[in-house]
Design a protein around this ligand. Structure first.
Ligand code: AMP
Length: 286
């Protein structure tokens, strides 16, 4: 497995693969791998000849009071996990390599970034769209793989790829969960044992919403209230948002008569967790 620190190295690697007629799959990450990341990589291996994984904690997508400095990092462990999965190359650039002095161009996806996490994290999706555009231009993949756990991010990237005529396919992969249902996240390591136990209320509340939907509930307000009520009963939880919005535009909905996203963000102590449920889509994926 090749480990590249520079744009030139990874470009040379991909160029060689392409010249041999191989297809290139790409998994952008911030590292500190868990089974969610590894599932994206395995999926990429299944459908592409060569898999490139980027590990880059992107300062542009963190707000000034967010966790950029303390975001968990463990390159050695990530490298050995990626190797086990059969990843072909890791791109692990420095901040200076990605944002040299004088850098001043950004990508703004309007509309669907102005709700949900876009409200509580101003500038976040601008940072994501900018770094993903750069990574797509550097790696030039045929397919890129994103987790449904970050559903709004996946929808923003899909919109951007369509709007800017980027020549690749976006594949979304279902959320990988812990045994008690909590969505895997690099940020779960911040949780104290009590907070970790309390956080299981999130998948429980989404399950309750799914059951209510399956029993015929189509009133978005009532589904949101069901989820809010369960989370509010957990004293360690502080709700940032619980909302139902349309897929793919993320417009508010009051009745569920098409595919919709029930999305939530909840704080446990200083840790903000997100999760979601796709309703009204045949396979439950975005
Ligand atoms: P991150 O390193 O957190 O930026 O995540 C990198 C990619 O992994 C993103 O596309 C995420 O949506 C995806 N991902 C993170 N957690 C999960 C999970 N629990 N299940 C599936 N995909 C995930």
């Amino acid at each position: 497995m090749l480990i590249c620190r520079t744009i030139k190295e990874i470009r040379d690697f991909v160029r060689q693969a392409r010249s041999r007629g191989l297809t290139v799959g790409f998994v952008p990450t911030m590292g500190y791998f868990h089974e969610g990341h590894l599932t994206l990589m395995r999926r990429a291996k299944e459908v592409c000849d060569v898999v490139v994984v980027s590990i880059f904690v992107n300062p542009l997508q963190f707000g000034p009071r967010e966790d950029y400095d303390r975001y968990p990092r463990d390159l050695d462990r990530d490298v050995s996990l990626a190797r086990e999965v059969g990843v072909d190359a890791i791109f692990h650039p420095s901040v200076e390599e990605m944002y040299p002095p004088g850098f001043t161009t950004h990508v703004d996806v309007e509309g669907l970034t102005e709700c949900l996490c876009g409200l509580s994290r101003p500038g976040h999706f601008r940072g994501v769209a900018t770094v993903v555009t750069k990574l797509f231009n550097i790696v030039r993949p045929d397919k890129a793989f994103f987790g449904q756990k970050d559903a709004q991010q996946a929808l923003v990237i899909r919109r951007m790829v369509e709007d800017l005529n980027m020549d690749l396919e976006i594949v979304t992969v279902p959320t990988v969960r812990e045994e008690d249902g909590l969505a895997m996240s690099s940020r779960n390591v911040y949780l104290s044992p009590e907070e970790r136990r309390a956080a299981a209320v999130l998948p429980r509340s989404l399950d309750a919403a799914r059951r209510a939907y399956e029993s015929g509930e189509r009133d978005a307000g009532r589904l949101v209230e069901l989820v809010r009520g369960m989370i509010a009963a957990e004293p360690r939880a502080r709700i940032d948002y619980v909302e139902i919005r349309s897929i793919p535009d993320l417009k508010p909905v009051s009745r569920l008569d098409g595919p919709a996203l029930l999305a939530l963000a909840v704080r446990f102590g200083s840790t903000r967790l997100i999760d979601n449920l796709v309703l009204g889509s045949p396979d439950g994926v975005l």
